[in-house]
Design a protein around this ligand. Structure first.
Ligand SMILES: C[S@@+](CC[C@H](N)C(=O)[O-])C[C@H]1O[C@@H](n2cnc3c(N)ncnc32)[C@H](O)[C@@H]1O
Ligand code: SF4
Length: 442
């Protein structure tokens, strides 16, 4: 653990929690205005066959009929954006588990490609869906990156995460990954470090397996826990040791970096041209589906977390957006500073074009603090992360996602009745489904 880790995390927690607060807004017009050039599209598919205890993403138990209705709504919403002038160059389908219904997913990808000049398509999946015939269909459908959630190859840890039964044991996952290699330009594997009960020896064994598999990309996340979900997670999985986090991260860098380059502080790629899902090249991105976030023209948007409400809204010709928050100049600067440096560097030319001299003035305390603790280096052309800075940015990004996950947990708590019973008529308070739609009462 670094000497400043505790106070550093306390400050971040406070800052990010405030940044994620959506203000009340009664504006009727909630669809963002289309930017001039194509932007990123994020498609959220919240269904999973098993709900892992550590996960705070917006996910619900798989239900075939609900899933079909939901995908139909997704396609309607995508058409709505197209009609409003949006074009998409890069598409990311995340979840949940987007591959729970292959036919629906394929139909959705075909629609997006028919409407926009799509360059890349990334989809997330789980190891039990690595059927070679299905993968071939995804390749033909234009998928350029397949991201497989593995977390660990250790059977004890997989059992603790409730993933062993449904998603397969370590040996099975290894075999399926080996067979999937080479089908897509990028095969990414999602891993987690600093899991409760995970030792350095277990981490080393996971790294041995990954390096032997020679997958194109490895994303190694620290275990993230939204404050509101911490107790529940610890009750089912145990507590992770914060003192091991830095040691484990250093071990990952030590073992992975010779063969891979850091595409971001927690994503390592073999080749060039691969991307980390958390690096935002374009300024704007649109999220469709329930519980998706968008960032367009300096404002953040969130869609309703109620699946029933989402489907009804879209079937009625509206987007899923129910909340909006205009980011202040300083918040935009901070967001850029966080996200760009997470990718390794922030070019001075980029800062000058977007903010001029105001950036150095407004961001002076943050810039000085990160330099002082040895996290950044100020080169003539860019600000860059140092090795220590990579770990700081892992902490920062993790705290940012903890704040996002806190919002998700709170929203989902409001719609518990709907999620638990799949009841169409479950009473969902308006505060949970959105403040911009006073016409909706259920
Ligand atoms: C949200 S899942 C969606 C894809 C797929 N369902 C899966 O399980 O991989 C994407 C990845 O997020 C990561 N993830 C989810 N919850 C996490 C947490 N609490 N901390 C760290 N990473 C997490 C896992 O590595 C997971 O593979
Ligand atoms: S980790 Fe993946 S499979 Fe597990 S609940 Fe989260 S989204 Fe679903």
């Amino acid at each position: 653990m670094l000497w400043f880790e505790r106070p550093f995390l306390a400050v971040l927690r406070h800052e990010y929690a405030a940044a994620m607060r959506f203000a009340e807004d009664d504006t009727a017009e909630v669809m963002p205005k289309a930017p001039a050039s194509p932007c990123q599209l994020y498609v959220h598919v919240p269904f999973c066959e098993v709900l892992c205890p550590f996960c705070s993403f917006h996910r619900v138990r798989y239900n075939p009929a609900k899933t079909r209705r939901y995908f139909e709504a997704l396609r309607r919403e995508i058409r709505l954006y197209h009609d409003a002038g949006f074009r998409f160059g890069d598409v990311y389908v995340g979840g949940g588990t987007p591959t729970v219904d292959a036919e629906e997913l394929l139909e959705t990808l075909a629609l997006v490609r028919s409407l926009s000049p799509v360059k890349t398509i990334s989809i997330e999946t789980n190891p039990n869906h690595l059927d070679p015939r299905a993968l071939e269909r995804y390749r033909v459908a234009g998928v350029t990156r397949l991201s497989v959630g593995v977390q660990s190859f250790d059977d004890v840890l997989l059992a603790r995460m409730d993933r062993l039964q449904k998603y397969g044991n370590g040996a099975q996952i290894r075999e399926r990954l080996a067979a999937a290699h080479g089908i897509f330009p990028t095969l990414n594997v999602d891993m987690i470090f600093n899991l409760p009960g995970q030792t350095l020896a277990m981490l080393d064994a996971d790294l041995d397996t990954l390096l032997a598999l020679e997958v194109d990309q490895i994303s190694f996340y620290p275990l993230m826990t939204a404050p509101s979900a911490r107790l529940k997670m610890e009750r089912s999985m145990g507590r992770s040791d914060p003192h091991l986090r830095h040691t484990m991260y250093e071990r990952i860098l030590e073992r992975v970096l010779p063969a891979y380059r850091a595409a971001s502080a927690w994503c390592f790629s073999r080749g060039h041209g691969m991307f980390d899902e958390y690096i935002i090249d374009q300024d704007d991105y649109v999220g469709v589906g329930s519980g998706a976030f968008s960032y367009v023209g300096g404002a953040m948007y969130s869609t309703t977390f109620s699946l029933n409400h989402y489907c009804r809204r879209v079937e009625g010709g509206q987007s899923g957006i129910t909340q909006r928050r205009e980011l202040k100049l300083k918040e935009r600067m901070r967001y850029d500073y966080l996200v760009r440096l997470f990718g390794g560097e922030l070019k001075h030319e980029y800062i000058a074009r977007r903010y001029g001299r105001a950036f150095a003035l407004r961001m002076a305390p943050e810039l000085a603090a990160m330099r002082l603790i040895g996290a950044t280096r100020h080169d003539p052309d860019a600000i860059r992360l140092t090795r220590r800075g990579m770990y700081c940015w892992v902490l920062m990004m993790a705290e940012f996602f903890n704040a996002v996950n806190d919002v998700r947990e709170q929203m989902r708590e409001h719609i518990r009745a709907e999620l638990d019973t799949w009841n169409e008529e479950a009473k969902v308070p308006v505060s949970a489904i959105g403040r911009l739609t006073p016409e909706v009462k259920s």
